[in-house]
Design a protein around this ligand. Structure first.
Ligand SMILES: [Zn+2]
Length: 162
């Protein structure tokens, strides 16, 4: 895991790190229940995220009101390190909600990895290679990447819970 040193994903309390066969590398810190990390693995497999995708998952008790989770992305492919993704889930919501939020955030991870969603600067995103839009002017539920994440995230969640 030396590729992660010098990156935004240095976690000093690694709970466990796992590589799926031909799959994404998942790094869960101690705040993440094992059960949730296992669900993340399952989602990564269903989404066919490959070994060039590093996903660091953590839980937070300090997210702003109304925020259940978020996904940050850094493309370090030019350094041979692949795609690095940080997913943070709200620790204060119940487990079923957390698993559902995780599915939603994993769809964003896939959108970033595929280059369909690009963060241009703080609060500005480009979708499907379109112009960078200031999300201040685009209500949350009207953002195409959110519409997709809700639809496909729910499908992913139900595929898992079936
Ligand atoms: Zn979202």
């Amino acid at each position: 895991m030396q590729v992660l040193i010098n990156s935004m994903f240095v976690l000093n309390m690694l709970y466990f790190t796992t590589t799926l066969v031909e799959g994404a590398v998942l790094i869960a810190d101690k705040s993440v229940p094992k059960e949730v990390a296992e669900q993340a693995q399952c989602y990564a497999q269903l989404l066919a995220l490959d070994q060039h995708v590093y996903i660091a998952i953590s839980f937070s008790r300090d997210l702003p009101p109304g925020v259940d989770g978020y996904t940050r992305y850094q493309n370090t492919e030019s350094y041979n390190e692949g795609h690095q993704i940080r997913i943070v889930i709200n620790a204060n919501i119940n487990r079923a909600q957390q698993i559902r939020v995780l599915a939603h955030e994993m769809i964003h991870a896939k959108q970033f990895v595929e280059g369909r969603l690009v963060r241009c600067s703080t609060g500005h995103y480009s979708w499907e290679r379109g112009v960078c839009t200031d999300t201040k002017h685009l209500p949350y539920y009207n953002r195409p990447w959110e519409k997709e994440a809700f639809k496909l995230g729910n499908q992913l969640y139900y595929t898992y819970t079936k």
